[in-house]
Design a protein around this ligand. Structure first.
Ligand SMILES: Nc1ncnc2c1ncn2[C@@H]1O[C@H](COP(=O)(O)OP(=O)(O)OP(=O)(O)O)[C@@H](O)[C@H]1O
Ligand SMILES: [Mg+2]
Length: 328
């Protein structure tokens, strides 16, 4: 896989500059960042830019397996080491020899296994489950996490000595909301890969959303919009999908402090959608309501409410559309 990394913001360019500096070295690297920001993509880039590029890149999710199973997968096991170990296994570490091991969700790694990874980093030693024989491997470790490892150390859930080894070459991938100017660029790259039709104007609305699930969430919405729009991206559909995501998040988080804030944000997006459809139907409310799948009376109530609310009226883009539609 050689996926392109898009992003021209200064913030993201600083990350890519670090990737280039870190890549040639053998020391472990730690990638921090919220879910979906692109940590794995960055890990692969570190591997591709290193002299190990022709050797394996082995990704492992540290939270996905019970500790016992995880150890035998990682370190391998001798034939007969435990019931069911009929043939023995070399393990993923030996497979990664000469290449890179990517430990994803490192913050979730079991404490006993943390000690073994520490030894691997310090000495390159690997010992299969059920064996006394020690072998040496040459592996570059790259770890990633969305957990604050310093807090995990303070809580006794993560070994301080392991964190010290890992954080020498660390980098933080910023969330999308801190690099808004990258959103259309990343969206364009994703849509081109999907073979969707779109115009740059269609993508501007994507910067209005704060993308708590970051690039992964953006990608999911673009795929959904491509499918629902039959390969043609429309910004009204994108807005509608963003409203749906936001509503889902409201239900999930149920956060009383955030709800009013989101409500306001949702209403802005909802208003944008309604305005677009009204324009499409030249102000015809019956056609607009039908197109939106809502009752004409609901549309009427919303328009009346917005018209009478002074705070909304202040932010109404009056000249652009409200006047011709009789809403001023
Ligand atoms: N800068 C970018 N340009 C293009 N695509 C990107 C970029 N960043 C991330 N992606 C895409 O977004 C998706 C999520 O990225 P990735 O899996 O690397 O994130 P992650 O931080 O590892 O997520 P998680 O925390 O959920 O494991 C992938 O499909 C990836 O290809
Ligand atoms: Mg990941």
């Amino acid at each position: 896989m050689n996926e392109l990394i898009s992003g021209h913001s200064e913030t993201f360019q600083r990350v890519l500059a670090k990737v280039e500096l870190y890549a040639p070295h053998p020391w472990p690297a730690l990638i921090l960042g919220e879910t979906g920001v692109g940590k794995e993509l960055i890990a692969r880039k570190l591997h591709e830019l290193s002299s190990r590029r022709s050797m394996p890149f082995i990704p492992i999710n540290c939270s996905a397996m019970p500790p016992g199973l995880f150890e035998s997968e990682l370190f391998g096991y001798e034939k007969g080491a435990f019931s069911g170990a009929i043939n023995g296994s070399r393990g993923l570490l030996r497979m990664a020899h000469g290449g890179t091991l990517f430990l994803d969700e490192m913050g979730e790694l079991d404490v006993n296994l943390q000690a073994k990874i520490l030894r691997l980093i310090d000495s390159g030693e690997v010992r299969s489950v059920g064996s006394q024989k020690i072998e040496h491997v040459n592996i570059r470790i790259i770890a990633a996490t969305n957990v604050d490892l310093h807090t995990a150390v303070a809580a006794g859930q993560f070994r301080q000595d392991l964190l010290e080894r890992l954080c020498v070459l660390s980098l933080k991938v910023p969330p999308l909301r801190e690099r808004i100017e990258d959103i259309p660029l990343i969206a364009r790259a994703i849509l081109e890969r999907l073979g969707a039709q779109f115009s740059s104007d269609d993508l501007n609305c994507l910067t209005q959303f704060d993308w708590p699930g970051n690039v992964r969430q953006l990608r999911n919405i673009l795929i959904r919009a491509t499918v629902l729009g039959k390969m043609r991206i429309q910004d009204t559909l994108l807005k509608q999908l963003m409203v749906e995501e936001e509503k889902e998040r409201l239900v999930i988080t149920q956060s009383p402090e955030r709800a009013p804030l989101l409500d306001g944000h949702l209403e802005d997006i909802e208003r944008d959608i309604i305005v677009d459809r009204l324009k499409k139907h030249h102000g015809n409310r019956k056609e607009t309501a039908k197109d939106l799948g809502i009752a004409k009376s609901t549309l009427h109530d919303k328009l009346r409410k917005w018209k009478e609310d002074p705070s909304v009226k202040k932010s109404w883009p009056v000249a652009r559309w409200a006047s011709p539609l009789g809403l001023t």
